[in-house]
Design a binder for this molecule. Structure first.
Ligand SMILES: Nc1ncnc2c1ncn2[C@@H]1O[C@H](COP(=O)(O)OP(=O)(O)OP(=O)(O)O)[C@@H](O)[C@H]1O
Length: 365
């Protein structure tokens, strides 16, 4: 089921929560709404659900599910499944009854038989690997297990659209990771259309077919995770999607200078600010003909696929973060207090908030 939003805006009294928004979500897509707190993600999700109404003035918006105009259709008739952050399970009901709930309250004509309900509930519990927990109560389950029950319960009524509001927000990192895999797997297997809200960049990039990046009630960019990361349309998207190091200085005759640091750049004279991702910084014992950026290591975190190294210098307003491969870390025998030189592999620049296409390599290494 595709979802099409046209001219959807929302004010709460004098507060504008959403600017007029157009958004097309394709059938079978898993789309993440990503943005900082207050950017309008939940409001947009609730409007898609029918839990909130969009502004009717100055011009009313439209919401289509497939060819069906659901703008004025009640939430209960939109064929939607919900998963919320706080599990929202019925605490006095067993796992089985929670998952069966949506089926047992269907109107008599549509309600499946008791045997069919039982078969379906067990099939769903099997999918989320909780068939052995059917008789337990929510309080007897971990947070991750409760959220899997929520997922099974939402899917029991075979919704056209699954909406998830920070579904894994309250869980620890490892459980979040597992649940992401569950959701992706169920989504692909059952082939519904899903929209989920998150403020976690990694979660959005890992899980989504496409990500909608929002700020201040606006859509900043809609793209696949790869395109978003590789080709951010503006500075907000670039900065929101990962760690960023800043290099501010004055360019003169092809050299950007900042205190006692300088680097060759192919840019016109004037003030400049270059942005670099942590993996775009190489560390070496010597400066090069193209760059002279002396730094001191102030912290090292060797956990993960790469080593995270924090760098400080008099010419830097804020410390830099560089990521180094373990092999290079060992080769350079990095330690706190060590003085080195940073070499930009690549940098980005944004003028008036718009990406300037000539993001360039410097002294490629
Ligand atoms: N019921 C409400 N009454 C008044 N203002 C509201 C209401 N709901 C949301 N807002 C305001 O609308 C804006 C968008 O809120 P929304 O909850 O959609 O953001 P969000 O991106 O989901 O944030 P978070 O990640 O913190 O949940 C905020 O400025 C918020 O204060």
């Amino acid at each position: 089921m595709s979802i099409r939003l046209h001219n959807i805006a929302k004010h709460f009294g004098g507060t504008r929560a959403l600017e007029p928004i157009d958004l097309d979500i394709h059938e079978g897509e898993l789309v993440g709404l990503l943005g900082p707190s207050g950017s309008g993600k939940t409001t947009l999700l609730r409007i898609i659900a029918g839990l909130e109404t969009a502004d009717r003035t100055p011009t009313p918006g439209k919401i289509l599910f497939g060819d069906r105009d659901v703008s004025h259709i009640h939430v209960r008739d939109r064929r939607i499944g919900f998963v919320f952050q706080n599990y929202a399970l019925f605490r006095h009901m067993s796992v089985y009854d929670n998952v069966a709930f949506g089926l047992t309250v269907m109107p008599r004509g549509q309600r499946p038989s008791r045997q069919d309900i039982r078969a379906k509930v067990y099939r769903l519990l099997e999918m989320v690997k909780l068939e052995a927990f059917a008789n337990r109560y929510p309080a007897q389950l971990s947070g991750g297990q409760q959220q899997r029950v929520s997922l099974a319960r939402a899917l029991a009524v075979e919704p056209d659209v699954l909406l998830l509001d920070e579904p894994f927000g309250a869980l620890d990192a490892k459980v979040r990771q597992d649940l992401r895999r569950w959701l992706r797997h169920l989504h692909d297997e059952l082939n519904f259309t899903s929209v989920f809200v998150t403020h976690d960049q990694e979660e959005a990039l890992e899980l989504s077919d496409r990500v909608v990046v929002m700020s201040n009630g606006r859509i900043e960019q809609i793209d696949t995770p790869e395109t978003l990361y590789r080709a951010p349309q503006n500075r907000f998207v670039f900065e929101f999607l990962g760690d960023v190091n800043h290099l501010e200085g004055k360019v003169q005759n092809g050299t950007l200078t900042c205190g006692d640091a300088h680097v060759a750049v192919d840019l016109p004279d004037g003030d400049e600010e270059l942005l670099l991702r942590p993996h775009e910084i190489r560390l070496a014992e010597q400066p090069s003909a193209d760059s002279h950026l002396p730094v001191t290591i102030t912290a090292i975190s060797p956990v993960g696929a790469e080593v995270r190294v924090e760098l400080e210098a008099d010419w830097l307003a804020r410390p830099w973060l560089a990521t180094v491969r373990h092999a290079d870390f060992n080769r350079l025998a990095l330690k706190r207090g060590q003085r080195l030189y940073a070499h930009p592999r690549h940098w980005h620049r944004f003028k008036e908030d718009v990406a300037v296409p000539d993001t360039s390599p410097v002294g490629v290494t």
